[in-house]
Design a protein around this ligand. Structure first.
Ligand code: PGA
Length: 265
């Protein structure tokens, strides 16, 4: 099995770190550093905090950096204090919504069912759902990784129609690999997990499942990025800490690109 997708997807979730000024400085610097990289084959995206999104969407050239939100509620409007609706994100011209990051699942009670509702709402509003899946350390140690991934992918995409697949991206982010205390997955381990995910996508959508981008995330850095991207089913990288300095992120992108190009031929 080898992916049919010829684009490289590379982006970062800024989580709850940068304020508006820091986000704008970061985005401006990243846009200028990466300006001469052709966007023909690469999708570069950043997912800032809600408070930075308005200014970012006004000021940043969306052709250079695609912008996304870290979460959303599934209803268009209503008595849902503290939530953000898909219409509000649409109004900002956002293209991507990250759904079901492990921090949302672990700390904020996100389930496969709520992920599925958000995916449908996001698609209904014409935005791309970046669905995060990944097993916990306990599941990995009990040899349940493949089962967990299958359940999460099937749960998230339940009821999604073939013609909506252009707006689905998957991020494989093993919970034990994420963040400061995370241990990065080896390229081989990540490669196998991506094959499991590709297998489920093809079960659900036949050959159309080959086109859906699957990104790896979890302690990606300059050292491991190249081995990860060489894996046949890894279509991109979803990076946290190592991407938060524009300079370092630009270096990762430039180092990864030729390896990716050699892989897709
Ligand atoms: P990390 O974050 O690269 O800092 O481990 C990854 C993520 O949570 O998406």
């Amino acid at each position: 099995m080898t992916t049919l997708n010829k684009r490289l997807y590379i982006g970062s979730n800024l989580k709850m770190y940068k304020n508006v000024r820091q986000t704008m400085d970061f985005l401006t610097q990243l846009a200028s550093l990466t300006e001469n990289i052709s966007r023909e084959t690469i999708d570069l995206f950043i997912i800032p905090s809600y408070t930075s999104l308005y200014q970012a969407s006004l000021k940043i050239d969306h052709r250079l950096i695609r912008l996304g939100a870290q979460n959303m509620y599934w209803e268009d409007q209503g008595p849902f204090t503290g939530e953000i609706s898909p219409r509000m994100l649409e109004e900002l011209g956002l293209e991507i919504v990250e759904i079901g990051h492990s921090e949302r699942r672990q700390l904020f009670g996100e389930t496969d069912q709520t992920v599925n509702r958000k995916v449908h709402s996001c698609l209904h509003h014409g935005m791309t759902a970046l669905v995060c899946v990944g097993e916990t350390l306990e599941e990995k140690e009990a040899n349940l990784s493949a089962e967990r991934l299958r359940i999460q992918v099937k749960g998230a995409l339940h009821g999604v129609a073939e013609e909506q697949l252009d707006h689905i991206w998957i991020a494989y982010e093993p919970v034990w690999a994420i963040g400061e205390h995370g241990i990065p997955a080896t390229a081989d381990y990540a490669g196998l997990a991506h094959e499991v995910i590709r297998g489920v996508l093809c079960e659900l959508f036949l050959e159309k499942g080959m086109d859906i981008p699957i990104l790896y995330g979890g302690s990606v850095n300059r050292e491991n990025a190249l081995d990860l991207i060489r894996q046949p089913e890894i279509n991109g990288l979803f990076i946290g800490r190592s991407a938060w300095e524009a300079d370092n992120f630009d270096k990762i992108i430039r180092e990864v690109l030729p390896v990716w190009q050699a892989k897709i031929g």
